[in-house]
Design a protein around this ligand. Sequence first.
Ligand code: AMP
Length: 418
Amino acid sequence: MKTESKFKELGLIAPILKAIAEEGYETPSPIQAQAIPPLLAGKDMFGCAQTGTGKTAAFAMPILQKLYLQGGPAPGKRKLKALILAPTRELALQIAESFQAYGRHTGLKTTAIFGGVSQNRQVEALRQGIDILVATPGRLNDLIGQKLCDLHNISFLVLDEADRMLDMGFINDVKKVLTKLPDERQTLLFSATIPKEISTLVDSILHDYVTIAVTPVSSTVDLIDQTLYLVDKANKGRLLVDLIHEKNIASALVFSRTKHGADKIQRLLEKAGINGRAIHGNKSQNARQDALRSFKAGKIQVLVATDIAARGIDIDDLPYVFNFDLPAPAETYVHRIGRTGRSGASGIAISFCDYNELSLLKDIEKLIKAPLPRVEEHPYPMQDFEVVPLRQNARQSRSVATTEATPRRANHTRGRRH
Ligand code: AMP
C-alpha cells in the first residue's frame, strides 16, 4: 500500500503501520521523517518543535515499536518502561491518547497521571501495571514520595515542552525525577524555544544526541485560508457575532490577548445567543478541561482562549480560528492559526485589526512574507484613527463600546460606492 510504504520506509513495523493507516495519516510530517529513523536506532534527541507539527507521533511511534520488539508486555505485572513528562494535564492526556491510538495493536498499556484530581484512580492504574506513563512532574513526585511509582525499569524518557515546564516552575520537580531514573536509557527533550536553562539541561542529560528542528511556519500557514478585517476595537464584538451568524459557524476558537478580554467576549457572545465559553489562567483546571471537552463534543459553539490557555490544546476538525486581537510576538499568529488546518485539512483564520494594532499586523506580514488578504466590504469599517497607548487600550475601548451601536456600511475608507 502506498500510504504504508512512506511510513514503512522510516523503519516502522506492521502493528504501528496498521494504526497509522487507521488514523488516516498518509505522509509522515517533516518532524516524523527526521526523528523516527534515529530514534529507532537508539539515539538521544533534542527536538526544537511546536505542538501541531506531529511531534507526539514522532516520539510515540519509535518508543512503542522498541518496547514491542523488546517483547511487549512481559508475563506477570507490567513494569514501567517509558516515562513522558509534560507541563499540563491537558497535554499529558493528549500524549497518552496518542500512545493508546498508535499502540493499539501492540498490547502495550499507557496511563496519564496529573495533579488537581484525586490520586486514587491513578494509583490503581499504577498498581495494576502499565508500560508507558505520561505524567506532570508535581504529581509524579508526590507518587514517588509515597513509594507508589517505581521508575527503576525506565528505558525511555521524554521531556515534552521542556521550556514550558521551566516557565511553570517545574524544573526542580523534573530534576528530582531525573535522580530516580536509571542512567542507561534513551532520552528525548522537546522544546519550542531554547533559553539558556534548556541548553544546559540538554547538555547535562542527553548523550550522543541528534538535534532536529522544524518550524511549522510556512507549511502550516500555506494551507490556511486567511483574511483580515480592519475594524475599530469597539466594533470587534459585533463583527464577530455577525460573522458567526452569517457564515453559519458551528465551531470556532477565538483568541483574546487578555483574560479580561476573553471574559468580555464570552459575555457578548452570550448576549447574542451564541454558546461560548472562555478558558484562561484564572479558571480552574477542571473548568478548563470541562470547557475543552464540551467544545470537542460540539456542546459549545465557540471557545474563547488566551494564548497561554490554548497552548498544547489539540483539536481535530477545527474549521475556524478568530484572532479577536492580533498577537505579539508575530510568531504567536502562526501558532494560533495552526490550530486550524490540521492534518492537511484546510482551515479558515479570520483576524481583526484595529488602528492601534497596525504595527503588529506589519510584523505578522513580515514573518509570513505575505500580506493578509483584507475583506474590503464589511459593516464596521475602521473609522477610529486615534492612537491609544497599549496600556490604556482596554479602558478606552470600554467607554467607546457603550457609545457605538449601529452597524455602518463601508464608506470612505474603501469600497467607495455611488
Ligand atoms: P502534535 O504536533 O503531536 O500535537 O500533532 C498535531 C496533529 O497532527 C494531531 O492532531 C495528530 O493527530 C496529527 N498528525 C500527526 N501526524 C500526522 C500525519 N503524519 N499526518 C496527518 N496528521 C498527523
